[in-house]
Design a protein around this ligand. Structure first.
Ligand SMILES: [Zn+2]
Ligand SMILES: [Zn+2]
Length: 171
């Protein structure tokens, strides 16, 4: 179950500021208060970046320019996030697309490996039978090629989900 949860974590609420995933938005918001809306001078917690900004100005006479503990561009004070509110839709779409690609590639690769294993076992059995029957292995080699041609090969053909963002935004 734990593994499954991790695989589908791209569908869960996530922190825009640091990219961590959460079980629900209540936990996400608790995290944001503790990590991103906490005053770095006096460690008071706030429920939004605006209230933290106001506090820093009035209590410490400083200007808050960056969201504490946020990564890269995400630390911009203009990113006003509350849980999942304010997260740009395009960022959510990107995350879902990447997660779905990884998820299905993993599943299809596992299926591919399993079928390869089964085919190998079957060929081994066939070989033993044909040895017993004193036949040549030519027939089996042909069969092997046929099987491989019809198998899904994740390395040869990566899966891609091409979302039309313009079209999605019109909907
Ligand atoms: Zn975070
Ligand atoms: Zn403070």
């Amino acid at each position: 179950m734990g593994r499954k949860n991790r695989d589908l974590s791209y569908l869960k609420p996530f922190c825009f500021y640091c990219d961590k995933t959460f079980k629900n938005e209540v936990y996400l918001h608790q995290h944001q208060k503790a990590k991103h809306f906490t005053c770095q001078r006096c460690f008071k917690k706030f429920s939004s970046c605006d209230s933290l900004k106001n506090h820093v100005e009035s209590a410490h006479h400083e200007v808050l320019t960056k969201i504490p503990n946020a990564t890269g561009d995400r630390s911009d004070i203009k990113n006003k996030i509350f849980g999942m509110q304010g997260v740009p839709r395009v960022e959510i779409e990107k995350r879902i697309r990447k997660g779905a690609e990884e998820y299905w590639t993993k599943i299809l690769s596992a299926q591919y490996q399993q079928r390869r294993k089964e085919n190998k076992q079957r060929m081994k059995q066939n070989k033993e039978i044909s040895k017993k029957e004193n036949q040549q292995d030519v027939k089996i080699d042909n069969e092997k090629e046929e099987i491989e041609q019809h198998e899904y090969n994740p390395e040869a053909k990566p899966i891609s989900f091409d979302l039309d963002y313009e079209q999605l935004q019109k909907q």
